[in-house]
Design a protein around this ligand. Sequence first.
Ligand SMILES: *Cc1c(COP(=O)(O)O)cnc(C)c1O
Length: 391
Amino acid sequence: MEQHLSLAHSETLKDLECSKCDETYPHTVPQNVCTACGKPLLARYALEQLAGTWTRDSLLTRPASLWRYGELLPISDPQDIVTLGETMTPLIHAERLGARFGLTEVWVKDESRLPTGSFKARGLAMAVSKAKSLGLTQLAIPSAGNAATALALYAAAAGMTAHIFMPQDTPTFNKETCQLAGANVTLIDGLINDAGRIVAERKADEGWFDVSTLKEPYRVEGKKTMGFELAEQFGWELPDVIIYPTGGGTGIVGMWKGFAELEAIGWIGKKRPRFISVQSTGCAPIVKAWEEGATEATPWRDAQTVASGLRVPQAIGDFLILEAIRKSNGAAIAVTDDAIREAMQLLPTTEGILTCPEGAATVAGLKQLVAKGMIRPSERVVLFNTGGYQS
Ligand SMILES: *Cc1c(COP(=O)(O)O)cnc(C)c1O
């Protein structure tokens, strides 16, 4: 496993800080949310120290994996790393797709190449590695699907037990892969939020550690590496627009945090991409909050969409997603399931890239943004294809 690691480095993770009230917590014991206000905790690093000592050139000799950014990751002992080979994902210039919309700089960050079938691998690789370093063995998760598969596989690789709670109508791929990996799976009559409630109620009695996204501080650290890769792959010049299919919003929160860290250590400048959050009209709590100018979202009722990863009626990090959208001059838009189904063909037919429904939602989102005049022809736009196609 160690060959995947960039290098042994001294500990740069300082502590965990509440994203709302600035309360701090040690990272040396298991932590969930802020005990004072219930909001997510975020990892803080010794950025001043890194600014003077860590150089972009140091990456040149490191393996093409998310672990190459070790100094800004929460794992300090290489022995703790649980890896399935988290390759850097390709950033593909989608010229033919772009031409369809009169754009010259459309790019696809193809996360389907990651282990476990989706980009949830980034977050769970980090969370399970950190859990290992803390001596945890029983991990519980509520999931809309892909996070369950990722936890089941990383927990298996670490010799831990995964306790999974997800909706009955979660895609077959996710149900089957969790079973194959030997996880304890409970299918519930409800959605991810209902699953989250069950985990919260039972975890103390059962001795489970809750790895719900943003209720566990390190999945977001894994997801921020999408932003690091993007910056590096574009030669440390961020794109103009990022179109991101948003469920729990961990990717937006993570990339926003990651960009701030890169600026703090002097690797990038002030420029930020406009974050465009795409949801389905069948579950669009962030879009509704955005349109109403609210700083928090209200729970979405009767959530339904073909893009299961977007079926998140309530996100604990809602205020952080909305803040990143606002501060980046972005927007939140909704696309219909019909538009998503139609868009499923666009990347395969123009670029040869198969997409998951969530990835297709970004293509449908692009179409809408162009129709509304929200993207200029030469602007550099990145679409996130967050997972692989599953029949
Ligand atoms: C979970 C998931 C999303 C949503 O990601 P967040 O960062 O939680 O908003 C999008 N696409 C796929 C395929 C997913 O599994």
